[in-house]
Design a binder for this molecule. Structure first.
Ligand code: ATP
Ligand code: MG
Length: 357
């Protein structure tokens, strides 16, 4: 793993944004390559928003430890891979700020401080956390994982984001962010509120299903079509996709709703006339799964081709990827230091240092 930068990093950087633009913060855990669910649930919005907003994109490597503590190598490799995926879909580091969470330790400090004003019940009631912890064996569930929505609250509040564009599964964490921001201001910063209450922006497809028919495509469930998959891999994955389990023969009337092959057609096939015709024939039992899948393979590969080409470019130009991460993280450190000063002042932490210095 290339060392990104050392302790000599220049903290006296210019401000992240002095144009008065509103800020967004959002992120992804470096736990593998990104997939088409990330694209329609999140990335697509990010690419659009980066032009009008001061955009912070976080690679949440602290948070990844929660369920990948036994595979730190995967986290380290995925930091760069996620950045390549971002650049390949069109996130522009000149327009936006790419941040590696662990290089801005204020994320950890704010998580710790905010945990003292967060009732345990708030985490226990969080529906996304509940569903995710149920997927872990009891011995896999560590305190850090249980606390991850809390760390996400800190991630969002640290740059004082106005808006958080995410997939639907993240909405409860942003609701929690609003509650914590409100509570912090009420308890410690009545006169001069430190935090904003951010809005949530859900993507075009709030939750894309997995190739296996599970409700959510996910890096860690082996049910994803990755943005970097080659043509042959896409062909194999689509051909083995879950379709309509009630349909035994191509001449049986089939179900389009809840069928991930059609869900992907709707999301990625720009030829809506072709999709409508397939839907009609599928319902009537005049087209087989194989033909619908073949058309999906073509649409999917057309969609992925430009992304693959850019990926190949960045794999040959890793210094540009590292530069994007270094530069963004440097800017984020400045913003983080400012917020933490306001937080410590509000909570009267470090208030003796002026007499000791
Ligand atoms: P993991 O399985 O490691 O949790 P993940 O695939 O859920 O990985 P995250 O890093 O947790 O990915 O999510 C990053 C962003 O992508 C979040 O905003 C999340 O809501 C969105 N996202 C992830 N999967 C999907 C999906 N299947 N559909 C829509 N949005 C998604
Ligand atoms: Mg996830």
């Amino acid at each position: 793993m290339v060392k990104l930068f050392g302790p000599e990093t220049n903290m006296a950087a210019d401000m992240a944004d002095n144009t008065g633009r509103k800020r967004i913060l959002t992120g992804i855990r470096p736990t593998g390559r990104l997939h088409i669910g990330h694209y329609v649930g999140a990335l697509e919005n990010w690419v659009r928003l980066q032009h009008g907003y001061d955009a912070y994109f976080l690679i949440a490597d602290y948070q990844a430890l929660g369920d990948h503590i036994d595979d730190i190598q995967l986290i380290r490799e995925s930091v760069l891979q996620v950045a390549i995926d971002w650049l390949s879909v069109g996130l522009d580091p000149e327009e936006s700020t790419f941040v590696i969470q662990s290089y801005v330790p204020e994320h950890a400090e704010l998580t710790m401080l905010l945990s003292f004003i967060t009732p345990l019940g708030m985490l226990q009631r969080n529906p996304t956390l509940k569903a995710e912890t149920e997927q872990l064996r009891p011995e896999q569930l560590n305190v850090g994982f249980f606390n991850y929505p809390m760390s996400q609250v800190a991630d969002i509040l640290l740059p004082r984001a106005d808006l958080v564009p995410v997939g639907e599964d993240q909405a409860p964490h942003i609701e929690m962010t609003r509650e914590i921001a409100r509570k912090f201001n009420r308890l410690f910063a009545r006169e001069n509120p430190v935090f904003l209450e951010p809005g949530t922006l859900i993507g075009r497809i709030p939750r894309l299903s997995g190739t296996d028919g599970q409700a959510k495509m996910s890096k860690s469930r082996g049910n994803a079509i990755e943005l970097g998959d080659d043509e042959e891999t896409v062909r194999k994955k689509v051909m083995s996709m879950f379709t309509d389990p009630t349909r035994l023969r191509a001449t049986d009337p089939g179900h389009v709703e809840g069928n991930p092959v059609f869900e992907y057609h709707d999301a990625f096939n720009p030829d809506t006339a072709e999709v409508d015709e397939f839907k009609e024939r599928y319902r009537a039992g005049t087209v087989g799964d194989v033909d619908v899948k073949k058309a999906l393979i073509v649409a999917m590969n057309n969609f992925l081709d430009p992304i693959r080409q850019k990926r190949a470019y960045y794999e040959d130009h890793m210094s540009e990827v590292e530069e994007a991460l270094m530069e963004g993280t440097r800017r984020a450190r400045v913003t983080a230091a400012e917020t933490m000063k306001a937080v410590r002042d509000a909570m009267q932490i470090n208030t003796y240092t002026s007499t000791w210095e």
